[in-house]
Unconditional design. Structure first.
Length: 316
């Protein structure tokens, strides 16, 4: 019998999805790639393969999980298996540089950004932002890794030359213009099957902890909006969200063969939207979903179940 195979490295993030599979009676198998092997001479099993590999895997001790996932995805795609969020998705998941270039290709505005490898190069690149506030972030990130706010190149130099400097796991640090929002929140747009599901407003008053998963517990140092805490829930689904940028996001996902993702943006004081993250390992917040009666993992399970049915009929 064909199954849905889930490729990942974090068991906590798959539990809500597996619960939905069980509710719908869908057969599935867990492929945790924190460790493993790939026999290139054997054909993979028939079924639907859903990639949920995370760029932040190294923070959980799974340094090479994305590289192993890349090998597995290449193997699956070679044999013509149906892969959701395949190699193209993983390429973007582990590289902010690739994300920004793809977004700009489709007319989606991103913050001004310079990628640098090497401490001297990083300090030199900061000179372009003299007179402006800027942030640093890791190219291979997730969880707000490496995000810090600076007011001057001198401030960055002190940080880079200190013991506190946190280097990106891939050696590439980004320097990016600081987008100051008049309100303390960002917006995350969720897509399933390439179609817009909903937008969730994320309160950033307490910092840049944007992972909506209930299992997340992240200590981050930077609030991109920079305002006092409000009384609203941290995650809140927006009713009737409709922005022209949604159609551009859909084109970016379609042409990079990404079916499931969350895309984040922030507005500046003029209302201009700046998009800064594509997350192909998307999670959902249960409190926000319960309040709105919309459920991301349920929609993913339904989508994968439909694909499994089609694939089973095709192979009979």
């Amino acid at each position: 019998m064909e199954k849905i195979y889930v490729i990942h490295e974090n068991n906590e993030w798959t539990k809500p999805l597996y619960k939905r599979f069980e509710e719908l009676g869908l057969p599935y198998e867990d492929w945790n790639l924190s460790r493993g092997t790939v026999d290139l001479n054997e054909a993979p099993p028939e079924g639907i393969f859903y990639n949920r590999m995370s760029a932040s895997s190294h923070t959980r001790g799974n340094r090479y999980a994305p590289e192993l996932a890349d090998a597995v995805l290449a193997w699956l795609e070679h044999y013509g298996r149906t892969v959701i969020n395949g190699s193209g998705a993983l390429d973007l998941e582990v590289s902010k540089v690739r994300q920004y270039l793809q977004l700009e290709k489709y007319g989606v505005k991103t913050p001004e950004t310079i990628a640098a490898a090497g401490k001297e190069q990083l300090i030199e690149a900061a000179e372009k932002f003299r007179g402006r506030s800027f942030i640093t972030k890791h190219n291979r990130a997730g969880k707000g890794l490496g995000v810090r706010l600076f007011q001057s190149p001198e401030g960055l130099k002190d940080y880079v030359e200190s013991e506190d400097f946190d280097a990106s796991v891939d050696g590439i640090t980004l320097i990016q213009e600081y987008i100051e929002s008049p309100e303390p929140f960002i917006t995350r747009c969720e897509f399933v099957g390439g179609e817009f599901l909903y937008a969730v407003m994320v309160d950033t008053s307490d910092g840049f902890e944007l992972c909506p998963a209930d299992a997340c517990s992240v200590e981050d140092l930077f609030c991109p909006a920079g305002a006092d805490a409000g009384s609203q829930p941290k995650f809140q689904i927006v009713n009737g969200f409709d922005e022209p940028v949604i159609e551009k996001y859909k084109k970016v996902l379609r042409d990079n063969d990404i079916q499931i993702a969350g895309i984040e943006f922030i507005r500046d004081k003029n209302g201009t939207i700046y998009t800064y993250d594509i997350n192909t390992n998307t999670n959902y917040n249960s409190n926000a979903e319960e309040a709105a009666r919309q459920y991301g993992m349920l929609e993913i399970a339904k989508y994968l179940g439909y694909l499994l049915k089609v694939d089973t009929v095709t192979n009979e």
